[in-house]
Structures are given as C-alpha cells and as structure tokens.
Design a protein around this ligand. Structure first.
Ligand code: NDP
Length: 272
C-alpha cells in the first residue's frame, strides 16, 4: 500500500502543505502521497486511528489539534514535552512519536534573514497563542532577551510560566508598541492581520519586523511596517522550513526549501 502522509486540522482546505510535500515526494520518486484531511475538534484520536487503517504513517498537525497530538503520542521530543504541543507525528511499527518542527522552522527562517546571532538581542514578540509558544521557546533557546506583549496579559503570563522562562518581560499590546524603540527585532504572532488590522509602528530605522502569517494577512501588517522604515519578512519561510524538518523525520531526506518557497509564493500570488 502506498504510504499515506497528510496534514490534519479544521479548517484545512486552505493549507499549502500538500503543495509543498507532494512536490518533494515527486522530486524524490517516493512511494507516498500527502493529503489535507479535516478532523473536527474533539475527534483527534478517532480521526488518526481511521487514518492508520488507510496506511497513515506520518502527519502534520495544525489548529485545533496541536495539544491533542502531544497528548496522543507515546514518544515525545523535548520541545513537545515543554510546549505541550506537537505539529508532526511519525509512526514506527504502530508507535506514534511527536515532534514540534515549528520551533526549528522559525529558527531556520531567522537564520536565513538575520545578520547577527540572536544571543543577547532584544526581541519583542506580539501574541501569546499557540504559535507564540514555539516562537518564544526558539528565541529563549537561542539566548534572546524576550519582551512578550499580548492583548490578554494573563495568557502571556501563563506562556512564560508554562515554558519556565525566567527573566522575560510582559507588557500589554499598547505599551509594547510604545516601547519598540528598545527592540532590536520584532516578531508578530497575533492573528490580527487576518482581520485586516495593522499595528501603528514607530520609525523602524531599518530594523526587522517579522509577521509569521503569510499571504493577505501578513501584508496587512507588513505594508504599513515597510512604510514606517522597517525591513520585513512574512512566515512563508517558517512554514516551508517546518515542513522540511517534518519531511526529513519521515523520509531521512533534507528537501529543497528554495524550490518549495517559490512554489508557495506563486500559489499565493495566483490567489490575489
Ligand atoms: P491563536 O489563536 O493561538 O492566538 C492568536 C493570538 O493573536 C493571541 O495572542 C490573540 O490575543 C492575538 N490576537 C487575535 N486577534 C487580535 C487582534 N485583533 N489584536 C491583537 N491581538 C490579537 O493563533 P496561533 O498562534 O495559532 O496563530 C497566530 C498566527 O500565526 C496566524 O496568523 C497563523 O496563520 C500564524 N502561524 C504561522 C505558522 C507558520 O508556519 N508560518 C505556524 C502557525 C501559525 P488574545 O490572547 O488576547 O486573544
């Protein structure tokens, strides 16, 4: 039976992951297929068991199932244990192992964008949702000096506490925006751009503003940022690099990320 791989979530139809992975599967002539599969909230375990019966041995996991995936797996990487969230599952002889390649995907994206190492850099992160956990974990592992800003302060507090990060500063959104003069790098993980909102930013003076969303949502944030003198990057490179790390876990092959990035940009461009 051709091995089944896929991304599970709800909603899932918009996912670029099949485009990325099926391109790599074809390039490397693998006997595998990759699908976008909807599993409704609360149905994760049953859904995965059904996919197992169809030959599933590797899954990417997105909203709302990242926590359920971490709970479901028998074996977990250290990042999954710390974050309580997984985006990659891999079955070996029926035993499911969980990894979190969002962390490495974000690190890879920054490594390709930043001129200086992250250690000691003052990084302001906006948002304290699921993706912010992977971002803050990655920044903390790299030794960055983190300021975490969120609309709901208690969520930011819980994030730093759950990840056992000492020394991070917590601010509300408005105060965080007002104090951006003190930041070397800014990372937006809020989903505000999906609602068409952009932040009112001070002069960027050539500093980097990253929004980890992509497509129209990212542009709502990045266009005004560029107009205020920030260098900008969206999250498509993070998406492709987390996919590459999943692909390597499943197939032991490091795929071509530049090529996948071009295919994703073309697909987003075609949707405009
Ligand atoms: P969550 O729903 O878990 O968190 C959303 C966050 O955005 C919360 O901090 C929330 O604040 C904040 N927020 C929502 N609306 C507003 C608003 N209008 N103003 C200010 N803050 C707001 O989402 P995720 O963390 O999973 O995803 C966030 C973004 O990251 C999405 O755009 C998603 O596409 C992107 N993403 C990109 C990935 C990649 O590979 N590039 C991977 C995963 C996600 P509050 O706590 O106050 O509600």
């Amino acid at each position: 039976m051709t091995a089944l791989y896929g991304v599970v979530g709800d909603p899932i139809a918009h996912s670029l992951s099949p485009l990325i992975h099926n391109g790599w599967i074809e390039t490397h002539g693998l006997d595998a297929r990759y699908e976008a599969i909807r599993i409704p909230d609360g149905e994760f375990s049953n859904g995965v068991r059904e996919l197992e019966a169809r030959g599933a041995v590797g899954l990417n996991v997105t909203l709302p199932h990242k926590h359920a995936a971490a709970e479901f797996a028998t074996k977990k990487s250290e990042a999954v244990t710390r974050l309580g969230a997984a985006n990659t599952l891999h079955a070996t002889e029926g035993v499911w192992q969980a990894d979190n390649t969002d962390v490495g995907g974000f690190q890879d994206m920054l490594a390709g964008t930043l001129d200086a190492p992250l250690k000691g850099q003052r990084v302001t992160v906006f948002g304290a949702g699921g993706s912010a956990r992977a971002v803050v974990y990655a920044l903390s592992e790299a030794g960055a000096d983190i300021t975490l800003c969120n609309r709901t302060l208690s969520r930011a507090e819980a994030l730093l506490e759950d990840l056992q990060i000492d020394g991070g500063q917590i601010l509300d959104l408005e105060t965080g925006l007002a104090r951006l003069a003190e930041a070397d790098l800014v990372v937006n993980t809020t989903s505000a751009g999906h609602g068409g909102e952009g932040f009112d930013l001070p002069d960027g003076r050539g500093r980097l503003f990253v929004d980890i969303s992509y497509g129209a949502a990212a542009e709502h944030m990045l266009e005004p940022a560029r107009a205020s003198g920030w260098k900008t990057a969206d999250g498509l490179s993070m998406l492709v690099h987390q996919a590459a790390r999943s692909f390597e876990i499943w197939f032991g092959i490091a795929p071509d990320t530049d090529d996948a990035l071009k295919r994703c940009r073309a697909a987003l461009e075609a949707k405009r």
